[in-house]
Design a protein around this ligand. Structure first.
Ligand SMILES: *Cc1c(COP(=O)(O)O)cnc(C)c1O
Length: 371
């Protein structure tokens, strides 16, 4: 019998009383959007927290991706991964850019740098990798390839909030990185997103583009969009930021608990934590292999019968959706590793309010104690 289903994630909600003073300020100022005080503060606090040069806030992560492509004038073909949320490729589609899918690495599940060069053509202008589950891509080799072919690199870093790699923000790699602050992410502003960029000049161009292309009151410099984050979203971000370290610390405890309980179950593979990384524990993927008594979908259904709602991130692959599956790079022969992972992965619930007993119950079900 399902009482309170345990979903794969649940947004971290700070105490409501703590949010009231922020709302009072907004009511007092009557500034609701257009780079108001909350927005300015959140940009500044994120620059410090994330240790990056510039942050431009967005209404959501998809608009951040669209604008990142626009500001770098990306066109033609872009090399990307099929193993991601569909918005990665959709952002290319909206600009009439052709996604070229390249297979993933079997350990980390990110774009495999060894497969990139063979996919480069004279029309290739950029590489758009994803730090899937917040685990760093092979940023050094990707940059090396980009440099030798004169390509831009835009990281879809929607999962990588707060991740540090080799003592440096993971978000400072590539030409630009984009974040999502959707309700399901480690840090949320209900809906929201950001572009991390290297200098003030690029940030100014991005700011113009997210406000219809207005550079000043009477000058429109580009066909921009409306992608501005509003003051209530920004205020919620300021409050979340006060709690985010504690929220990530609790995620780490849950990750450790799962690893202890699930270690050594035949047919359940636990992908390892990334090396040289301060990680954010945003997802807890496991691979359900053929030695396990149930199929991946069988285990998914079994857990659901017990009120646990895992998610098959990322199944189906982006390359399987109707608008992409006709592309030459979308064939399953081109993407064997991505298909194998998409068919065996299951992301288990992980979020700060998940109790130790709930983790133990989920683990016990996976161990085969179904009653
Ligand atoms: C969540 C997500 C997005 C989209 O972000 P929104 O804020 O929901 O628009 C893009 N890419 C990846 C990999 C995501 O997980």
């Amino acid at each position: 019998m399902i009482q309170n289903p345990i979903y794969v994630t649940q947004p971290y909600m700070p105490p409501l009383e703590e949010f009231i003073p922020y709302l009072q300020q907004i009511w007092g100022s009557k500034i609701l959007t257009n780079n108001g005080p909350m927005h300015k503060n959140l940009e500044q606090e994120l620059v410090e927290y994330l240790n990056v040069p510039e942050v431009a806030l967005f209404a959501n992560g998809t608009l951040a991706l669209l604008t990142a492509l626009q500001v770098l004038r990306i066109s033609g073909e872009v090399i990307t991964t099929p193993f991601s949320f569909v918005a990665t490729a959709h952002s290319l589609f909206w600009h009439s850019i052709k996604p070229v899918f390249v297979d993933i690495d079997p350990q980390i599940f990110n774009l495999n740098p060894e497969k990139i060069e063979a996919a480069i053509t004279p029309r290739t202008t950029a590489i758009m990798p994803v730090h899937v589950y917040g685990k760093p891509c092979d940023v050094e080799n990707i940059q090396r390839i980009a440099d030798s072919y004169g390509l831009k690199v835009i990281y879809d870093a929607a999962h990588a909030f707060g991740v540090q790699y080799k003592g440096q923000s993971l978000l400072s790699h590539g030409d630009l990185s984009t974040l999502s602050f959707h309700a399901t992410k480690v840090f949320n502003t209900f809906e929201g997103g950001a572009i991390i960029c290297p200098n003030a000049k690029t940030k100014q161009q991005i700011n113009d583009l997210k406000n219809f292309g207005f550079h000043d009151e009477t000058t429109v410099v580009a066909p921009g969009i409306n992608a501005k984050m509003n003051e209530v979203q920004a205020a919620f971000g300021l409050l979340q930021l006060k709690h985010v370290d504690q929220a990530i610390a609790r995620r780490e405890e849950i990750d450790r608990l799962y690893r202890k309980e699930l270690e050594g179950i035949e047919g359940i593979t636990l992908p390892s934590l990334p090396e040289d990384t301060k990680y954010n524990y945003t997802y807890f993927p496991v691979l359900v292999e053929k030695e396990y008594p149930l199929t991946r979908d069988g285990l998914n259904n079994r857990l659901r019968e017990h009120g646990i709602i895992p998610r098959r991130y990322f199944y189906p692959l982006i390359s399987e959706f109707p608008m992409y599956r006709g592309l030459p790079s979308a064939t399953s022969q081109n993407l064997p590793v991505a298909h194998k992972v998409a068919e065996s992965v299951l992301c288990l619930p992980i979020y700060p309010a998940l109790a130790d007993e709930e983790v133990a119950k989920i683990a016990s079900l996976i161990q085969g104690n179904y009653t």
